[in-house]
Ligand binder design. Structure first.
Ligand SMILES: Cc1cc2nc3c(=O)[nH]c(=O)nc-3n(C[C@H](O)[C@H](O)[C@H](O)COP(=O)(O)OP(=O)(O)OC[C@H]3O[C@@H](n4cnc5c(N)ncnc54)[C@H](O)[C@@H]3O)c2cc1C
Length: 378
């Protein structure tokens, strides 16, 4: 299905598709098998300007917009979902700086993110605060012209490699009394804790971040005191377009893997795609791919037009991530026993897809957002 894209959007999509095909796809399996952070690939992505796609030119970005960014992310995720999430979380970190940062904060923290000099991280989740961030305990206490931070953040993507971390911490006792902070890497009192051993996304970095009397200047407050949850939830609205794009790319990968295998593999004297049950599974993946593309494009388009997109971002995230799981399941089924064997790309996609319905808001949380926003429309 042709989407009504501008010449520039098509040019960006085609350029990233070529890059992903030549520079990510051939190496993705090895990085994932070794569980290695793909630093070389990320360096090249930075060189192409893909980390600053949503950042204005004044801060070294390409200002390409949400639709272009989504198309680029889909192409990258087709080749490697780990690389895609690394990029998506960096983008999640640029958004709040752009929206709430002072001029000085933008120059200091946004410019190196946009250029790809380093990746970013977004630290909201804690061991006892996941879907309900208002219960977070990490504290930031004002002491003269500094804040002293104590607490532990859990499951932080890019946490070991980030040049800057957007941290949400409690600054007052009331339930919503949280604030956002910019924490530079290497800040005294910040320690990278255990690296998680995950089911999938094995080439992405997921760690615990431990803050022990970590002192940062009060100038590192992002936005005003008490705005932390607003900053976080606003960033997650945009982040959900990123995860919907990642999932859509993964459906595309499931489709092309399934299609080429089903056309080659022969049983009962014909290519298995000629057996109706297999053809039906290919059709179902194709339908879900088109639906996910449309929903994601629609949410990104609203963002580009500067109109509210929270409901549509959640709809796209919910649909695309659940469809990515169904599609990977069907595609693996089409591969039969070979799909279950390590080193087969579909086995990796199947594992990688699982977390997409969990991070940046579980499917249950998306349904809560969609219900709330839909009620407002009535
Ligand atoms: C690989 C990976 C990377 C991640 N990266 C980051 C990151 O970079 N930064 C970050 O801050 N976090 C990150 N996370 C954390 C992720 O966002 C959380 O895991 C997610 O928000 C869910 O929180 P939880 O795991 O504590 O589950 P819980 O909130 O404990 O939920 C458990 C179950 O209960 C359900 N549930 C909870 N509340 C409700 C409700 N009100 N109604 C119905 N059902 C409910 C949930 O949907 C889920 O099914 C990452 C997680 C993973 C696995």
């Amino acid at each position: 299905m042709d989407l009504p894209l501008t010449d520039e959007q098509m040019m960006i999509r085609d350029m990233v598709r070529e890059f992903a095909h030549g520079e990510i796809e051939p190496y993705a399996q090895d990085y994932n098998t070794r569980g290695e952070y793909p630093a070389e690939i990320l360096k090249k992505l930075g060189g192409l300007g893909l980390f600053g796609m949503m950042v204005p030119e004044a801060y070294g970005g390409a200002a390409a917009g949400a639709v272009s960014y989504s198309l680029a992310l889909q192409e990258i995720a087709r080749a490697c979902a780990s690389v895609a999430v690394t990029l998506s979380v960096t983008n999640l970190s640029t958004e709040p700086i752009l929206q709430y940062g002072t001029e000085e904060q933008k120059r200091k923290y946004l410019v190196p993110l946009a250029s790809g000099e380093h990746v970013g991280a977004f630290a909201l989740t804690e061991p006892e605060a996941g879907s309900d961030p208002s219960s977070l305990k990490t504290s930031a206490v004002k002491k003269g012209r500094s804040y002293v931070i104590n607490g532990t953040k859990q499951f932080i993507t890019n946490g070991s490699h980030a040049g800057v971390i957007i941290l949400i911490a409690r600054t007052s006792a009331d339930r919503n009394g949280c604030s956002a902070f910019l924490i530079p890497s290497g800040a005294k009192g910040l320690r990278v804790g255990k690296e998680e051993r995950k089911m999938g996304l094995l080439a992405s970095n997921t760690v615990e971040l431990v803050f022990e009397d970590c002192e940062v200047p009060a100038a590192n407050l992002l936005g005003k005191p008490g705005m932390g949850l607003k900053v976080a939830l606003g960033a997650l609205d945009s982040g959900r377009i990123g995860i919907a794009s990642q999932a859509t790319g993964m459906i595309g990968a499931s489709l092309s893997e399934a299609l080429s295998y089903a056309s080659e593999r022969r049983q009962f004297g014909k290519a298995i795609i000629r057996h109706q049950s297999i053809g039906n599974m290919i059709a179902d993946i194709a339908v879900e791919h088109e639906a996910a593309r449309l929903l994601t494009w629609s949410a990104a388009g609203l963002k580009d037009r500067g109109v509210p997109f929270s409901r549509e971002a959640s709809i796209a995230k919910l649909y695309a991530t659940e469809a990515a799981n169904r599609s990977a399941y069907r595609a693996l089924q089409i591969f039969g026993g070979y799909g279950y064997i390590r080193d087969n790309k579909i086995e990796r996609i199947y594992r990688d897809a699982r977390v997409t319905t969990i991070y940046e808001g579980t499917s249950e949380v998306q349904r809560m957002v969609i219900a709330r926003e839909t009620e407002k429309l009535a």
